[in-house]
Design a protein around this ligand. Structure first.
Ligand code: PPE
Length: 306
């Protein structure tokens, strides 16, 4: 997707003009995939732009760094304020927010000893991730030939930049085969997640989503959807899913900050009820919740003008 530039990018505590926010080609993370990042959305609300579950995202950002053994130079509170500042500075009513922490220029070689950790936060307008018709036509999924890395390979529950080599391979394989998105299985052949989304499958009265131990990212949208479903009387279970469970599902949806709640049309060309009734009910509440329209979920909405 082409990027639409905004005015400034936050780099190590300062706002830098978009076109000057550059790094050296010998930046450590460019070579070894040793960074961590987040994907967050700010939505237009009645009281100005608000970032959805900003603190939760920044806490995950810190956890990802901790897993990599990376010393994060800014506290959660500092990064929350920095994200709000960049959103405010952009003047955009809604946008995508991308914090990234990376080992910078100065050391080369696999060891990260002595590397500096640099942090940047960019925002840009980002529309529908999987198309404008995700709640009407839905997306066509293909089970990937690429396997989600194991917990002792590249930790899949960590939002590290290097992990996305796996996601990109899967995504491109699916797109080249004429599908919209890939679903990855783990080394045991159980369902993990999409290249950039978690998955929920309706099997009779319950909707099932794989556990983090299956190789899924602890998605913040996944977590929000579990609360929304519980409040709406829709039963959700966290349990392993076999590939055949996906073929037998009545309805399936994907969740992610970028993808929001996206209905699934088919998996490996096996059609599903799309959009399914639970998918639609949850998607509708989610769309209102992120925009601060539901009192019960107001704590999720962090205004940038506070
Ligand atoms: N799994 C993966 C692999 C993943 O990348 C995401 C987010 C999720 C699950 C859902 O997590 P959450 O956003 O917290 O609900 N994927 C990001 C897209 C990355 C991209 O640049 O493309 C996102 O949705 O921001």
């Amino acid at each position: 997707m082409p990027i639409t530039p905004t005015e400034n990018i936050w780099m190590n505590g300062e706002l830098v003009a978009w076109e000057d926010a550059k790094i050296h080609v010998l930046t450590h993370t460019l070579h070894y995939g040793t960074g961590v990042f987040e994907g967050i959305r700010a939505y237009e609300t009645e009281s100005g732009p608000a970032v959805f579950r900003l603190t939760d995202h920044i806490e995950r950002f810190h956890r990802s760094a901790r897993v990599l053994g990376m010393a994060m130079p800014y506290s959660v509170a500092e990064l929350v304020e920095a994200c709000k500042l960049v959103v405010r500075d952009s003047g955009l009513p809604s946008c995508y927010v991308r914090p990234i922490a990376y080992y910078g220029y100065g050391e080369i070689g696999l060891a990260t000893t002595g590397c500096t950790t640099d942090v940047a936060i960019a925002v840009w307008p980002w529309g529908a991730y999987l198309g404008d018709d995700v709640l009407t036509k839905g997306v066509r999924l293909k089970i990937s030939s690429w396997v989600r890395p194991g917990h002792n390979t590249v930790p899949p529950a960590t939002k590290a930049t290097g992990t996305y080599v796996n996601s990109t391979l899967a995504k491109m394989e699916a797109l080249n085969a004429g599908y919209d998105e890939a679903i990855m299985l783990n080394g045991a052949g159980l369902v993990a997640e999409g290249s950039g989304e978690n998955i929920f499958a309706g099997l009779g009265d319950v909707m099932v989503t794989p556990p983090i131990s299956a190789g899924a990212l602890p998605g913040i949208t996944r977590d929000s959807v579990m609360d929304i479903a519980a409040d709406a009387g829709i039963e959700i279970q966290v349990a392993d899913l076999a590939r055949s469970d996906l073929y037998l599902a009545d309805e399936v949806f994907l969740t992610g900050t970028a993808a929001e709640v996206s209905a699934v049309n088919s998996i490996d060309d096996r059609p599903l009820d799309c959009p399914g009734p639970r998918t639609l009910a949850i998607a509708e509440v989610y769309a209102d919740a992120v925009r601060g329209r539901i009192d019960r979920y107001k704590t999720w909405v962090e205004h940038v003008d506070d």
